[in-house]
Design a protein around this ligand. Structure first.
Ligand SMILES: NC(=O)c1ccc[n+]([C@@H]2O[C@H](COP(=O)([O-])OP(=O)(O)OC[C@H]3O[C@@H](n4cnc5c(N)ncnc54)[C@H](O)[C@@H]3O)[C@@H](O)[C@H]2O)c1
Length: 272
């Protein structure tokens, strides 16, 4: 009998699985576990995979073309691509981080059987999601990519700064979408990493200041690694997580939990 941890011969898709960040770490691990891995990213994957699709995730037709090229039944989707905001426009950030993630998911779940699973990377930057559900439900319930982008264009104030709004939107949509997918036996969850040592970190240092990122308080005592973010994603899409859906898993080394119960307060961030 196969183990609940097994990925042998599973057909999986990883967006953002190129380069050297969390998606790339997820790809390396999935290949080791025997999965048939298909990567969608502008950057090439870190190891040899079954399929690589160089797609700009702002292009919905290119996303659809990649899913058609992958074809067949898909067992698991890992949504790992993302932009950091900052020098990228609010609309581009929301489009890559949310609209394309949702579009890719919609296309891939059509190819899933009961037992399929989706895991997306949100962020601890979206930790206020549950206080903002009413704000994001109109976006979460949009009908498709075009309608989603139209909503984004019509709501510049809601999406101002790009990054945190995109991550809150992923969380609200994940929880909302889980109900309908559950009726088809498909699970969907997301993680919420804190500062993690990937190529994106230099972008956050430019935005927030290097000192802020260096002093960011993490109860576990250090910045996470790409592999430490890949492992929870791989767990969430495995049979071992069969009771989990519509879940937001904080993978931030304890910071947000400590802030919630007051064992850390905002002064720990050194903001004065
Ligand atoms: N690094 C952190 O501290 C941190 C913290 C919380 C959440 N995250 C999130 O983790 C996820 C992975 O980021 P990372 O830290 O590994 O950084 P990364 O920059 O290494 O990975 C992001 C990947 O997305 C791809 N990508 C971006 N725009 C694209 C586009 N238009 N088309 C196709 N591919 C595109 C990039 O090529 C890259 O491979 C992102 O969603 C990010 O927002 C990162």
């Amino acid at each position: 009998m196969p183990s609940v941890w097994d990925y042998q011969d599973q057909r999986v898709v990883v967006s953002g699985g190129g380069g050297s960040g969390m998606g790339a770490a997820t790809v390396r691990e999935l290949v080791q576990l025997g999965a048939e891995v298909h990567v969608i990213d502008l950057k090439e994957p870190p190891v040899e995979v079954a399929g690589y699709h160089a797609v700009d995730l702002r292009d919905p037709d290119a996303i659809a073309g990649a899913v058609t090229a992958i074809g067949g039944t898909i067992d698991a989707l890992f949504n790992c691509a993302g932009l950091p905001g900052g020098r990228f426009s609010d609309l581009d950030t929301m489009t890559v981080n949310f609209a394309s993630l949702r579009h890719l998911t919609d296309l891939v779940v059509e190819r899933m059987r009961s037992g399929g699973a989706v895991a997306s990377i949100s962020s601890a930057a979206g930790a206020s999601w549950s206080a903002n559900i009413a704000k994001w439900m109109p976006l979460a319930t949009c009908g498709g990519f075009v309608e989603t982008v139209r909503w984004l264009e019509a709501h510049p104030e809601e999406i101002a700064s790009g990054y945190a709004p995109s991550k809150e939107a992923i969380m609200v949509w994940t929880v909302w979408r889980s109900y309908e997918l559950a009726s088809r036996g498909i699970r969907i969850n997301c993680t919420a990493p804190g500062p993690t040592q990937t190529p994106m970190m230099s972008e956050f240092e430019d935005q927030m200041g290097k000192a802020f990122m260096d002093n960011y308080p993490v109860p576990l005592g250090k910045r996470q690694t790409p592999e430490e973010q890949a492992h929870p994603l791989i767990f969430l899409n495995s049979k071992a997580a069969s009771a989990l859906t519509g879940e937001v898993v904080l993978t931030d080394g304890g910071t947000m939990g400590a802030l919630a119960v007051g064992t850390l307060d905002v002064s720990a961030f050194g903001l004065g």
